[in-house]
Ligand binder design. Structure first.
Ligand code: RNT
Ligand code: ZN
Length: 419
């Protein structure tokens, strides 16, 4: 157990070191305090949701692992989210997928869903000081197949258009209710296992579907469109590729979602940010961790996430970048998965906020590249961890690894009773 005076003393020393480098640690903590991450509700239950229909997860995404204790209903999921939130410093948002509606045990098909099914979520979120974000759900449904919004079959396509339009309506109502725009993400798995005879055919259809869906203007929600490289079983062609959505977003002023698992493994997602910010209104991030493929491992503090966070800060784009989490690991305690991934993302942001960027830019402007390299290297062992612990202390959440025992206790008291 880290005691308070240890944290306070370490912080004082860290503050002094950073001050010598021209960085104000208090300011960095203030900035971090204002960053609300959007926690994805689907880590709690392995992307199952609460529809009455039960089937397996489809759409080319996969959860591995069967660790006991996944949330089986809305009450369990809410309790788990609150537990996780209690171990994460700051105020955060919750991102819901349509399949997590409060359906009260009734069969509500995707083309029948209304804001009413999210009333209790809105109330619950307000009671707990949380804002909500939203996602349409086109996977795990008998009509999902390989093609939804890009389906040449008019009936299936219209079904998914109706679904997506309703999701925008729900998002608008959520946004109004919480007096803060609800960020709605649209991701569909549409693609094919082999290269299709015509690639443009399905992209043309998707474009037309999106034009129809977005023809209605709303003031309390924001649309994001998420591309991906490939899905399992749909390896050769993805209708909604990065180029597709980049083009669509730039032309139509839509927010492009960058999921860190949706690119070739050697591509830098951090590098994309500054380009997008010049051509699209805002950016949505799905922070994830691909291991060999879009495996959705729990986010850890690695170079990719550190780079991405630095780029947000260096672009001065905190007010234009929405940061959501998107991973699902069923092999470990799921509350732990939230806490580790969210805190890792925050640590990356803190380290970025502690960067002496004016010194670095100054060296660069003068062509002093050795000095720039050396300073960047030395920053890696600056005592940012002491600032992080202080941030946790200020927020009344466990510092260091003190949350581990808390999560084990919750597992014993609550999760282990879920058969
Ligand atoms: C899938 C996308 C998408 C989903 C969620 C559940 O590859 O990343 O964002 O993970 O909608
Ligand atoms: Zn995603």
């Amino acid at each position: 157990m880290l005691n308070e005076s240890t944290i306070i003393n370490a912080y004082a020393a860290a503050k002094e070191r950073y001050a010598a480098a021209g960085v104000d640690t208090d300011k960095a903590m203030e900035a971090l305090q204002k960053i609300s991450l959007s926690l994805h509700c689907w880590q709690a239950d392995d992307v199952c949701g609460f529809e009455t229909r039960t089937g397996s997860l489809s759409g080319g995404i996969q959860v591995t692992g069967n660790y006991p204790g996944r949330a089986r209903n809305i009450d369990e999921l809410r309790a788990d989210i609150l537990k996780a939130a209690s171990l994460i410093p700051g105020k955060h948002r919750l991102s819901l997928h349509e399949i997590y509606g409060d359906f009260q045990g009734k069969a509500v098909d995707r083309n029948e869903v209304t804001p009413e099914h999210f009333k209790s979520w809105m109330q619950w979120a307000a009671e707990n000081g949380m804002k909500l974000d939203f996602n349409s759900t086109s996977f795990s449904h008998p009509k999902s197949g390989d093609l939804t919004l890009a389906n040449p079959d008019r009936e299936i396509r219209d079904f998914w258009i109706e679904h997506t339009e309703r999701c925008r309506w729900i998002s608008e109502e959520i946004g109004k209710y919480q007096n803060d725009p609800c960020i709605m993400n649209l991701w569909i798995h549409d693609g094919s296992k082999e290269v299709p005879a015509s690639r443009i055919k399905y992209r043309q259809i998707l474009k037309e579907s999106l034009d129809r869906i977005f023809s209605k203007k709303y003031d309390n929600m924001k649309d994001c469109i998420e591309a991906k490289l490939f899905g399992i079983g749909l390896e050769s062609y993805t209708v909604g590729s990065y180029d597709f959505y980049l083009g669509y977003g730039a032309k139509n002023g839509k927010i492009v979602t960058l999921d860190t698992g949706h690119f070739h493994l050697t591509e830098s997602i951090a590098d994309k940010l500054s380009s997008l910010l010049l051509f699209t209104p805002e950016v949505m991030l799905h922070v994830s961790r691909p291991v060999r493929w879009d495996s959705d491992h729990v986010v850890i503090l690695n170079d990719d996430i550190a780079d991405l966070a630095r780029e947000i800060i260096r672009c001065g784009a905190l007010d234009r970048v929405h940061i959501g989490l998107d991973y699902f690991d069923g092999t470990i305690n799921r509350i732990g998965a939230y806490v580790v991934g969210t805190r890792a993302t925050q640590k990356a942001l803190l380290a970025a906020l502690l960067e002496p960027s004016s010194s670095l830019q100054d060296y660069e402007a003068k062509g002093r590249y050795f000095e720039r390299l050396a300073l960047q290297e030395e920053l890696k062992n600056m005592p940012w961890g002491a600032v992080w612990d202080m941030f946790c202390l200020k927020n009344g959440v466990p510092a260091g690894n003190d949350y581990i025992s808390d999560i084990i206790k919750y597992e014993k008291d609550v999760l282990s009773h879920r058969a």
